[in-house]
Write a protein that binds this ligand. Structure first.
Ligand SMILES: [Zn+2]
Length: 375
């Protein structure tokens, strides 16, 4: 991973490079950023940069022996720690037992999130953790001399998954660092981390990825046109994983179609057609219905904002916008709250296994009444 492959975060990259050039590298750093913001790719790019033995010009060279090993995450002075599960009947669990899978997963997607990792190691139903054996392993590895690099780098991904014994042991190492050792902890939240550990770390806090950076990445990496990339970037809140999800899902336009049709029929109070609509939605199953109703609540909120001309707040896709430009005049402060409440109520009833068709029909009757309501 190189800095140039990490989406956005230009200021942070510049800072990291400067501190390396001025030889002010903190021996224990925490890359703190929500999933999808790129904390792991940034830590990997930084580690690669520190170890690069070629000509570094704002990034690692990419061609020296160190860089080549880093691309496969097999540099002998790079140590990888991440949450694992205890194998069936096994007592000991350390990252090295899973390192091939981890490398493969991260090379395929450096923006890997924890749930994807757990899926990879079939741990969906188990709680992964960084166990105390791991800290012993780190101590052992750090007592060996460095092989090829000026630095020994330990990356601890999802450091908040360290259990207390592991954290306490790690603390001792952080308190008495070996020269040339750099710990890069990567974490989505500090909630469960020991304050004593936190106080030892220099925190590199990642904000969500900038909208423009995300848009450009979607265009360059995924071939999206400017408009489509822009609308997905706006809806993703600076989360690359969310953007990928949105990109893959075609449900968005299905939901918009269904919502638009529902509102049109309610406005006309065309109940024979509404019955057809209800039957069609009823066939999709509860999960899909709940998702759809959630979508409707979002659309009502967005349309109210459009109506109030708070357009800079709007996070609609182009398609949604085309529809909402005409529709938003029907959603105003006099009815938006009540309509949204009806959708919430329907969601609640569907969740509690009420008879779907009746719930949806009732929703239509209430919406038909409210949509005509004056401001
Ligand atoms: Zn290099």
């Amino acid at each position: 991973m190189f800095f140039r492959q990490v989406i956005g975060h230009h200021d942070i990259k510049a800072k990291l490079i400067r501190s390396a050039e001025e030889d002010r590298i903190s021996h224990a750093q925490l890359f703190l950023g929500k999933e999808g913001s790129g904390a792991l790719p940034l830590a990997l790019a930084y580690a690669c940069y520190l170890s690069c033995t070629g000509e570094r010009n704002g990034d690692a060279c990419g061609t020296c022996p160190s860089c080549i090993k880093y691309q496969k995450l097999v540099h002998p002075d790079l140590h990888l720690v991440f949450p694992v599960i205890k194998p069936e009947g096994g007592k000991r669990a350390v990252s090295d037992m899973f390192v091939h899978q981890w490398r493969e997963a991260v090379i395929a997607n450096p923006y890997l999130e924890l749930s994807q990792w757990y899926e990879t190691i079939n741990a969906e139903n188990k709680q992964g953790s960084i166990f105390v054996d791991e800290s012993d392993e780190i101590v052992r590895k750090l007592s060996l001399k460095t092989y090829e690099s000026a630095y020994k780098i330990v990356i601890v991904w999802m450091a908040e998954k360290m259990n207390v014994q592991a954290a306490n042991k790690l603390l001792k190492i952080l308190e008495e660092p070996n020269p040339g050792t750099v710990f890069l902890l990567v974490s989505a939240s500090t909630g469960t981390m020991l304050p004593t550990i936190l106080s030892r770390l220099q925190v590199v806090k990642l904000p969500p990825i900038g909208q423009r950076d995300l848009q450009e990445a979607l265009m360059a990496r995924h071939g999206l046109d400017e408009e489509k990339a822009g609308s997905i970037a706006r809806m993703s809140d600076g989360n690359y994983l969310r953007a990928l999800e949105l990109m893959q899902t075609e449900t968005l336009s299905w939901e918009l179609d269904k919502f638009a049709e529902f509102m049109r029929l309610c406005y006309k109070a065309d109940f024979p057609s509404i019955l057809g609509w209800v039957e069609e939605l009823d066939r999709t199953g509860r999960e899909k219905q709940k998702e759809f109703l959630l979508y409707c609540v979002r659309m009502i909120r967005e349309n109210l904002m459009l109506n109030l001309e708070a357009t800079q707040l709007s996070r609609l896709t182009e398609e949604e916008k085309n529809f909402s430009v005409k529709f938003s005049r029907f959603i105003h402060t006099g009815n938006a709250g009540e309509i949204a409440a009806e959708f919430d109520k329907a969601m609640y009833h569907i969740e509690s296994n009420a008879y779907g068709k009746l719930v949806l029909l009732d929703l239509a009757i209430q919406t038909a009444r409210l949509i005509k309501k004056e401001k």
